[in-house]
Design a binder for this molecule. Structure first.
Ligand SMILES: Cc1cc2nc3c(=O)[nH]c(=O)nc-3n(C[C@H](O)[C@H](O)[C@H](O)COP(=O)(O)OP(=O)(O)OC[C@H]3O[C@@H](n4cnc5c(N)ncnc54)[C@H](O)[C@@H]3O)c2cc1C
Length: 397
């Protein structure tokens, strides 16, 4: 196998890198200062340039306005975008919209595609995904208490969700609820497309996470769906297909996250390397000349490189086979890359000293924001169990 970027990716890397470094890095202080309205105005300007240059939505097919890259090609580009926490948002491939667009593309009805997929893919509207509930273990969503019942030509939905990322300002939510509580466990739930202005939908609050309630795409909400009435056509895919669709949505989503984390880790490493050379710890010596600091940097860099090859290999494996056959590999990169990011950023913060915990650099933001990488889309432990089960099964086959 050969992970040399294809000619197409090679031609894309330079303009993408230029936009990220020249236009997005200067906007990061707005993010760090929680100046979200000003930030979104500037992001919209960058988005226009991205579209003009034909770099929009690299993960989506050309039929819906994307670039139609393979997963491996997107992996290589996505790392470049991940160099800034604003990269994916500016290029139209941020969670949860990226996963929701892929879901509608593969399982949405023609009407859902016309009304919601097209504007979502073009970045004209945003969306959110509401599965996790406050009082039940999100690691095992089959415990879910949310319900949807047929009432004539409508579904009546009752659900209390939380950690619905980017709900504030979203046009619609994809809501998971049980439709057949007596069916076999994995066929009990279904997915619904619920416009956010439907009567009975309320955003209770943006949850304060690591000291910030965020805003818009940078927020996580507690949501209530009380006697929410949607037409039968709001069902996505088939009745009882909810968990299967959630898995098909999360498969690519997990790989997308890993690629983004690689970009963030690379940023932390570059920033630390440069800082070590600048920071004098005595009249003659910089930190870069201290063996302990050198060893810390080298260890972190090796962790990053190992995770990078594992992620590229997994993306390649999915392109060659499919998500089901690559399930163990996807679980392994999910926990391995999330842990790598945490360790690399911790090293970077440590070697920046007091500066590392301030908001004068992006490191503290990444440290706070991405602690959750080891929890969302499945905690480390759950992926370790899942990978182990697959590996043991393969050994017995
Ligand atoms: C920043 C962020 C964004 C999110 N965005 C969304 C979103 O947009 N939509 C959405 O629906 N949800 C979202 N979530 C929810 C996320 O998917 C859940 O937090 C996750 O599935 C874990 O569920 P839980 O928090 O209920 O933890 P629990 O299931 O209660 O687990 C708690 C801890 O127990 C351990 N654990 C769990 N199961 C096992 C096991 N079988 N064996 C060993 N240890 C175990 C793990 O360490 C786990 O972290 C988000 C979460 C975060 C933090």
């Amino acid at each position: 196998m050969d992970f040399t970027p294809s000619a197409r990716v090679q031609s894309l890397l330079e303009p993408v890198q230029k936009l990220v470094r020249e236009q997005l890095l200067p906007l990061e202080p707005l993010l760090l200062a929680h100046q979200y309205s000003e930030l979104m105005v500037e992001i919209d300007k960058v988005r226009r340039v991205v579209k003009q240059q034909g770099l929009w939505a690299p993960h989506l097919p050309a039929s819906v306005g994307g670039m139609g890259l393979s997963l491996l090609e997107f992996a290589q580009l996505s790392q470049c975008l991940g160099y800034s926490p604003l990269g994916h948002l500016a290029f139209g491939c941020q969670a949860p919209d990226a996963g929701n667009a892929e879901l509608l593309l593969h399982a949405g009805s023609d009407a859902q595609k016309d009304r919601y997929l097209q504007p979502l893919a073009l970045g004209e509207i945003r969306s959110c995904f509401a599965m996790t509930e406050r009082h039940l273990a999100g690691s095992n969503p089959t415990l879910m208490e949310s319900r949807a019942e047929l009432d004539g030509e409508h579904w009546l939905i009752n659900a209390h969700k939380w950690f619905t990322t980017a709900a504030q300002g979203a046009e619609f939510a994809i809501v998971m609820a049980k439709t057949d509580a007596d069916a076999p466990k994995h066929k009990q739930a279904s997915m619904f497309l619920v416009p956010m202005d439907t009567q009975g939908v309320s955003r209770v609050r943006n949850i304060s996470v690591m000291g910030s309630s965020g805003h818009g795409p940078f927020s996580h909400a507690e949501m209530k769906f009380e006697q929410v009435r949607v037409p039968k056509t709001a069902l996505i895919g088939e009745r009882g297909q909810g968990f299967a669709l959630a898995q098909s949505r999360l498969g690519p989503g997990r790989i997308h996250h890993c690629m983004r984390w690689l970009g963030l880790a690379e940023r932390a490493l570059h920033q630390t390397r440069d800082y070590l050379s600048r920071r004098m710890v005595s009249a003659e010596l910089s930190l870069a000349q201290q063996p302990v600091a050198q060893a810390m940097l080298a260890r972190a860099w090796a962790q990053y490189e190992s995770a990078r090859w594992l992620v590229l290999h997994t993306a390649w494996q999915v392109d060659q086979q499919n998500f089901t056959d690559a399930k163990a590999a996807i679980s392994m990169i999910k926990f391995q890359t999330a842990q790598m990011l945490q360790q690399v950023v911790d090293m970077a913060v440590q070697l920046h000293g007091g500066l590392g915990v301030t908001d004068d650099t992006v490191l503290a933001f990444i440290y706070r924001e991405e602690r959750a990488a080891r929890i969302y889309d499945g905690p480390d432990e759950v992926h370790q169990l899942s990978a182990a089960k697959q590996l043991i099964r393969q050994g017995m086959a």
